[in-house]
Write a new protein. Sequence first.
Length: 130
Amino acid sequence: MSTTATRIGAVSLVVVQSPDQDRAIAFYESLGFEKRTDIPMGDKYRWVEVYPPSGNTGLALAPPRPGTEVTPTETGIILSADDIDAAHAQFKALGVDVDAEVARMGGPVPPMFWFRDPTGHTLMVVEQQG
């Protein structure tokens, strides 16, 4: 194991490509995220960041590079909830494209569900443990 220190201190943002930033902002705000940054970027783009209310790591809702299309993907992003069943019910009530049921695998694996954002990207919500 290396004892060399790095200058990296934290993960601050994860980019989620969003061709319709206004739609993405409205979606994530409906889930309780707060928009902390929305500034012009170049001639026709915006830099947008949304964060969960008690989180320090945000999502950058960035447009795709010019000439590229966004392909929905499984992002690998995991969000946490204090009550997975209440979160799942809330997502369903909001009309979010969410799995029909909470997955319960047992053992050390926390209860979880997947949902899709307006672009079709898949994210996961897990219940906070202990």
